[in-house]
Design a binder for this molecule. Structure first.
Ligand SMILES: [Fe+2]
Length: 400
């Protein structure tokens, strides 16, 4: 392909929102919301838990109900009042007040994101993660404002380097969305969250070919025992990919290229587009050039802090970074609990809970993280945690 014909993908740009809704957290991390039954707290965020901030007043978007901050707030939170009553820790009206904290929420209602996801097979939550958490992820990945300060330490899981990883993994609106889309409450991470740091392209090295993500892995050979056979859509969704744009995602710096809508085709990307397999062969790029970069492909551009969530069947590949700066993302394959994960998450979770970072999480975030990283099996005595057995692992690795 002549050089001037490459990088012709169609750009879909998701702009940085001018404002965000607010989430109000009770002391245990549950979210203040309102329903027909009045005020209450919830351990998930759908439209019931979305507030619009106006100074010290919070208006519940779905019902128009208003709560107010009575006095100047501290860094530990604020007391909320509804009419003449205080709000207790469970959101009910009381004479005793509890401290609530305010947090960065989505730009649109959760139901709007879900509608779009169901219609299109992908959705973007622009800048849904608070800027301070994004800077913390830049710090540990040595990208963005920290690019000149060092190199990311690949010897240790990112989750063991900062509490920011657990925070983004338990982001409540995207969790709710994925549970709805896959139709199961029990979902889990297919691996512990990992950075994808894309340096400037040198014009020579192989780039990622077209593929579908875990657990489908269409377009990728070599993992055949794990992957899902090609099949037509039947309403069953076995995986969703949730990728956090740590850096701004632009076509020029290697934002992910998609064939948007391809999840519905029930098959993998065509071989002539250059699949994940072909592009791994040494010297492939020099001999055959880049995978397909034409106008039938799409690039989703998004501001930093955005979550791009897509049906794992969607054909895609990493972009090509044509800027001098690294492009960072944090990738998470998310699957129903009835699927086997891509990698073990139980041991990293154990290291995490024995380290310093759980102190920075709310009780709800701790529960969510455990649910996302520890698989359970039921027994007559109660649930059992599934983990790796070193002795059996050694046994199955022995040469026959
Ligand atoms: Fe992928």
């Amino acid at each position: 392909m002549p050089k001037d014909e490459i990088f012709q993908e169609t750009v879909t740009r998701v702009e940085k929102p001018s404002s965000h809704y607010t989430l109000l957290r009770a002391p245990n991390g549950d979210f203040l919301g309102a329903s027909d039954d009045g005020l209450g707290t919830f351990d998930y965020v759908d439209d019931k838990a979305i507030w619009d901030a106006d100074g010290e007043t919070y208006r519940h978007v779905a019902t128009g109900l208003v709560v107010e901050t009575e006095s100047p707030c501290s860094k530990d939170g604020r007391y909320l009042r509804h009419g003449a009553k205080w709000l207790a820790s469970d959101g009910t009206l009381s004479d005793a007040a509890a401290l609530f904290t305010t947090g960065h929420g989505p730009a649109h209602l959760p139901s709007e994101y879900l509608k779009s996801f169901r219609e299109n097979g992908w959705v973007c939550f622009p800048s849904i993660i608070a800027p301070d958490i994004i800077e913390e992820l830049e710090r540990v990945s040595y990208t963005g404002r920290w690019e000149e300060s060092g190199e990311f330490d690949r010897s240790m899981a990112p989750m063991l380097q900062t509490a920011a990883v657990a925070k983004i993994a338990t982001e409540p609106v995207s969790l709710w969305l994925m549970r709805q889309y896959m139709g199961v409450q029990d979902i889990r991470l297919g691996h512990s969250p990992g950075f994808a740091i894309l340096p400037k392209d040198d014009g020579k090295r192989n780039v990622q070919g077209w593929h579908s993500d875990f657990p489908y892995l269409w377009g990728i050979a070599g993992r055949i025992p794990d992957r899902i056979p090609v099949h037509q859509v039947d309403g069953l969704v076995l995986g969703v990919q949730r990728n956090l744009c740590v850096s701004e995602f632009r076509k020029e710096n290697g934002a992910t290229c998609f064939k948007l809508g391809s999840h519905a085709s029930g098959e993998g990307p065509p071989a002539e587009w250059g699949t994940g397999n072909a592009n791994k062969t040494p010297g492939h790029r020099e001999a055959r050039g880049l995978p397909y970069t034409g106008p039938d492909a799409d690039v989703v551009e998004a501001p930093p802090g955005s979550y791009i969530v897509y049906d794992s069947r969607t054909w895609h590949r990493a972009g090509v970074n044509r800027t001098p700066h690294k492009r960072a993302a944090m990738l998470q394959a998310v699957i129903p609990m009835f699927m086997l994960p891509f990698r073990d998450t139980s041991r990293i979770y154990k290291q995490f809970i024995n380290g310093p970072f759980p102190d920075e999480l709310t009780e709800l975030e701790k529960r969510e993280l455990e649910a996302l990283m520890v698989s359970r099996m039921l027994s007559p005595d109660g649930p059992l945690a599934i983990t790796i057995d070193d002795e059996l692992t050694e046994r199955i690795r022995l040469p026959e």
